[in-house]
Design a protein around this ligand. Structure first.
Ligand code: DUC
Ligand code: ZN
Length: 498
C-alpha cells in the first residue's frame, strides 16, 4: 500500500522563515513529512513530482480580489466570474483567495450580502476562498450582525471605503464600524482616498475640458491618499486603537505615515499591489484610450514612488502584497472600459472609466521575476502574512507537517524558462488584455497544488483542477503580530478616557 498520496522530491523549500532543500510528503490533503532532499525519492507514493531543484513554496494567498460585484467603481461590471477568476488564480500559483461580499447602500444587512456571494462562489471555484464583507451601510442592524459574522460565519474581516459615491462612509460612520469591529475582533480594511477632494478635482479638470484617461491620475492626486490614510489612522486611535489595514497603498507619504504609526505601536497594517511596483503614470498617458487599461484607484504613481513602495515591502511596512484583481474588459462598450466613450467624448471621460485592472494570475510571476525581494520575504508577503492577517494560518501560508494543507507552488528550476514576455494569451482570466503586456518574466509556476491535488500542471494539460474543488474557508480572528494585544491592553473603548 502507498504510504503517501504525493511526494515532491529534489525541491528547495522556501517558507517565510527558511530556505532549505527538503522533500515533502503529502497524505489526505495535508503535509505530513519534511525530509532531507532526495530521501523520499523512493517512497511508496501514488505520485512523485521531481522538482529538479526548483523552489517549492506555500501556495499564494491573495487577500484582495473583486469578482462578480455589482457596478460600484464606475459603470462597468466584472469581467471575471468566480470560475474564471479562480482559474486564473491557480495558473499563477495562488491557492487561496479572499474576495468581497458587497453590501449595497440601500440594504440594511451584511448577512444578506454574504448569502448572495456564497451562491455565486459555491461549486464555482478552482481554489479555496473566503470573504470579507464590504460595508456600505453601517446601520444598526448591519453592525449588530458583526458578532454572527465573526463567530458563526467565519468572516473575520470587513472593508470600508472613504471614496466612491456608492460606497463612501463619512467619519462618524467609520467610527461606528471600527468600534463594532473592535468588539468582535474583526479586522477593518480601509480604502483610504478622500472622495470629496476627488469629486472637486474631477470637476475642475472637466471644466478645463481635460477628459483623457491620464487625468484619472491627476484627479487622484497623492494628497487624497495621504490625507485619508492619516485620517483613518487618527480614527482608529480615537476608538482605542482598533486594528486597521490600509489597502493598496501607492504613495510614499501614506507609507511613511503608516510606518510612523507602527513605530509607536499602533496596530496599523498595510498592503500594496503589483500595479504600484510595475506601472507608472506614464502607463495612463498613452495614445487615444489605451491608458484606460491601467486605470485603477489609487492610480499608478511615479518611478520614485515605485522605489519607495518596494522599500516598504522590503522593510516590513507592508505586511501583504495582494492583486486587487478587479477586471474589466477593454474593448467592450457594454460592460467594460469603453462604457465611458461616446461620439462627444471619443477618448472617454476619465471619471466614468471603470476603476480596476486584472492581476490575479500575474501577481506571483511578476514579483518573483523582479528578484527584488529575498525569497523568504516573497513568501511572507504573498502568502504567509496574508494567512496570518486573515485568520488562516497555519492551515494556509505554511508548510508545517501535520498542520498545513498541502497547498504548494512549484517553480521551474532557475534559468529553465529563460526570459520571456508576458502576453495576454498566456493568461486564464476572461479579460481581453493585461496591463503588463510585454513585461519580461523569468519564471512561472510549474505546478500548483491544492490540498494535495495538482490543479495546475503547466507542461501537462495546464488547468487540471476542477471548478468545484475550491472550498469556502471559515476564518479565525487575525493572528498577525499580536494584532489584538493592544485591544486587550487598552481595554474597552471608554468615553471618559478621551
Ligand atoms: N480600486 C480599484 O482600482 N478597483 C476596485 C476597487 C478599488 O478600490
Ligand atoms: Zn480599494
Amino acid at each position: 500500500m502507498d504510504e503517501y498520496d504525493l511526494v515532491i522530491t529534489n525541491g528547495v523549500c522556501v517558507t517565510a522563515a527558511d530556505v532549505a532543500p527538503l522533500d515533502i510528503a503529502i497524505r489526505d490533503g495535508t503535509i505530513v513529512l519534511l525530509a532531507p532532499s532526495g530521501l523520499l525519492s523512493k517512497a511508496r507514493t501514488k505520485r512523485l513530482i521531481d522538482a529538479e531543484g526548483g523552489y517549492v513554496m506555500p501556495g499564494g494567498v491573495d487577500c484582495h480580489v473583486h469578482l462578480q460585484e455589482p457596478s460600484m467603481f464606475g459603470k462597468g461590471t466584472s469581467a471575471d466570474s468566480y470560475e474564471t477568476g479562480t482559474r486564473s488564480a491557480i495558473a499563477g500559483g495562488t491557492t487561496t483567495i479572499i474576495a468581497f461580499a458587497p453590501q449595497q447602500k440601500n440594504v440594511d444587512s451584511v448577512l444578506t450580502a454574504l448569502t448572495n456571494t456564497h451562491a455565486l462562489a459555491q461549486n464555482n471555484s478552482f481554489c479555496d476562498y473566503g470573504f470579507h464583507v464590504l460595508v456600505a451601510n453601517p446601520c444598526e442592524k448591519a453592525l449588530s450582525e458583526f458578532e454572527q459574522l465573526a463567530s458563526v460565519e467565519g468572516v473575520t474581516s470587513l472593508k470600508i471605503y472613504m471614496t466612491y459615491e456608492a460606497l463612501q462612509l463619512r467619519d462618524n460612520e467609520i467610527l461606528s464600524v471600527l468600534l463594532a469591529a473592535r468588539s468582535n475582533h474583526i479586522l477593518t480594511m480601509i480604502h483610504a482616498e478622500n472622495g470629496d477632494v476627488l469629486a472637486w478635482l474631477t470637476e475642475k479638470l472637466e471644466a478645463a475640458k481635460l477628459f483623457a484617461p491620464k487625468y484619472h491620475g491627476h484627479s487622484h492626486a497623492p494628497i487624497l491618499e495621504s490625507e485619508a490614510t492619516n485620517r483613518a489612522i487618527a480614527l482608529s486611535s480615537l476608538v482605542a486603537d482598533t486594528p486597521i489595514l490600509l489597502v493598496h497603498v501607492s504613495e510614499p507619504a501614506a507609507a511613511l505615515r503608516i510606518r510612523a504609526a507602527q513605530t509607536v505601536g499602533q496596530p496599523i497594517f498595510a498592503e500594496t499591489c503589483p500595479q504600484y511596483l510595475f506601472l507608472t503614470r506614464d502607463d495612463l498617458d498613452q495614445p487615444g484610450f489605451e491608458g484606460a487599461k491601467c486605470v485603477c484607484a489609487p492610480p499608478p504613481r511615479d518611478a520614485d514612488d515605485q522605489k519607495a513602495i518596494w522599500r516598504g515591502l522590503q522593510n516590513g511596512t507592508f505586511a501583504v502584497l495582494s492583486s486587487d484583481h478587479c477586471p474589466f474588459r477593454f474593448d467592450d462598450a457594454v460592460t467594460g472600459k469603453k462604457t465611458c466613450i461616446s461620439d462627444e467624448f471619443p477618448v472617454g471621460k476619465f471619471r466614468h472609466i471603470p476603476n480596476g485592472i486584472p492581476g490575479i494570475e500575474t501577481r506571483l510571476p511578476l514579483v518573483f521575476s523582479a528578484r527584488k525581494l529575498e525569497l523568504t520575504k516573497f513568501v511572507e508577503v504573498t502568502s504567509t502574512n496574508a494567512a496570518k492577517l486573515y485568520g488562516l494560518y497555519p492551515r494556509k501560508g505554511g508548510i508545517i507537517p501535520g498542520v498545513s494543507d498541502a497547498d504548494l507552488v512549484v517553480w521551474y528550476p532557475e534559468g529553465r524558462l529563460g526570459e520571456f514576455p508576458l502576453t495576454n494569451d498566456l493568461l486564464h482570466h476572461d479579460v481581453d488584455y493585461t496591463p503588463y503586456e510585454g513585461r519580461m518574466l523569468r519564471n512561472w509556476p510549474r505546478y500548483t497544488i491544492l490540498r494535495g491535488k495538482v490543479i495546475w500542471d503547466r507542461d501537462e494539460g495546464g488547468i487540471v483542477g476542477e471548478r468545484s474543488y475550491g472550498r469556502f474557508l471559515k476564518r479565525q480572528e487575525s493572528s498577525l503580530n499580536g494584532i489584538w494585544q493592544t485591544v486587550e491592553e487598552d481595554g474597552p473603548f471608554d468615553l471618559e478616557k478621551l
